[in-house]
Design a protein around this ligand. Structure first.
Ligand code: 5GP
Ligand code: MN
Length: 334
């Protein structure tokens, strides 16, 4: 991070800090925000965490999760808080369109802004940028950030559990990415008392019956395999949403099941939302779904996990998705 000394100086006096994370916050978004928030509170700052939309139920056990201010629920409160901020942290996103209308508030804010993120192609809207696209998660980077400040001693079990949550969810328990450095980080977290097995249980064994049945429906009735492109697609219609009463978080992780198929290298979960059709893309190896999401679906993300949206209906979107596959044929068949 350039000018770390400048940021350290700012953090030497109590600030009104706002931590913002992206729409549909996942384990990394919530974990990094709450972990950083607890660390900053420990250092005497007044901290508010804001997300554009609500977090999934499986994260509700997290410390201070209840205090997260949700833009969709209370836009005026978010506006008040951002206008009062003396320092803004943007975590787990790197372009202001990822936080919808709150992006305008951040853009207008005159206070210093910090970005900590691991997505590709960061936009330079912040004064201090810790952007590391090889990092497993933003949580890993918040851990690094605390070390960069020389404040390892402030890392306690509660902060560690927040950070470990994002590491677990973004790496799929070390299945999608890992590194010697990450394992050293995790070893340190275990040493300060983080309960790995408790967290794995809280995070990965927390489905309710409805969610398991929705997964069954996706796999049994809504799965299509395109063997020539080593691609699997799962779709959900508006009618599915109504029939199963599907809510935010109920389809978390569905797309990953496609990757369990030996011959599948590209997975797409394409689902109808009230105003748009959303795509969640996953891949194995060298297939670059962030490029696919960015080029064709106004989205982005990482090489092996990305998302985007379409303003056409579901069947047109699925057709368009299939039509672009020949462009990626070489990668898909290698
Ligand atoms: P998911 O498929 O789980 O929603 O998202 C996978 C990854 O892609 C996450 O890192 C997420 O931040 C990113 N992503 C998902 N949707 C979008 C989008 O519409 N735009 C951008 N830029 N990134 C997205
Ligand atoms: Mn992340």
């Amino acid at each position: 991070m350039e000018n770390l000394e400048g940021l350290k100086k700012l953090l030497n006096t109590p600030q009104d800090v706002v931590i913002l994370t992206h729409r549909n916050p996942d384990g990394d978004a919530v974990g990094s925000s709450l972990g950083l928030s607890l660390f900053l509170q420990k250092n005497g700052h007044n901290v508010k965490v804001i997300a554009p939309s609500d977090y999934p139920d499986f994260l509700s056990w997290m410390p201070q999760a209840n205090d997260i201010v949700i833009y969709d629920h209370d836009p005026e409160e978010v506006e008040r808080i951002v206008k009062r901020a003396t320092l803004i942290f943007c975590l787990d996103f790197n372009s202001l369109d990822r936080i919808d209308k709150a992006g305008e508030l951040v853009d207008e804010a005159r206070c210093p802004k910090v970005m900590i993120d691991h997505h590709l192609f960061p936009e330079p809207f912040a004064d201090f940028i810790l952007s590391e696209t090889t990092a497993s998660s933003t949580c890993e980077l918040v851990y690094d950030f605390i070390h960069m400040l020389g404040q390892n001693d402030d890392l306690d079990k509660v902060i560690g559990e927040c950070l470990f949550t994002g590491i677990l969810t973004d790496t799929g328990s070390f299945k999608y990415s890992n590194s010697p450095k990450l394992f050293r980080t995790v070893a340190n977290l275990l040493e300060i008392g983080v309960d790995d097995l408790k967290l794995q249980d809280l995070i990965f064994n927390s489905m309710n019956e409805k969610q398991l049945r929705i997964l069954g429906h996706c796999l049994y009735n809504r799965l299509e395999i395109l063997p020539e492109f080593h691609t699997g697609i799962i779709t959900l219609t508006k009618e599915d949403y109504a029939f199963f009463d599907i809510n935010r978080g109920d389809t978390e992780g569905v797309v990953n099941f496609l990757l369990k198929l030996r011959d599948i290298k590209l997975a797409a979960f394409i689902h109808e939302q009230p105003k748009i059709v959303k795509l969640s893309l996953r891949s194995k190896g060298d297939i670059d779904v962030q490029d696919m999401a960015k080029t064709h679906f106004r989205g982005g993300g990482h090489k092996n996990a990305a998302g985007g949206a379409s303003f056409h209906n579901l069947s047109i979107t699925v057709r368009r998705f299939k039509e672009i596959l020949p462009e990626y044929q070489q990668q898909l068949q290698s």
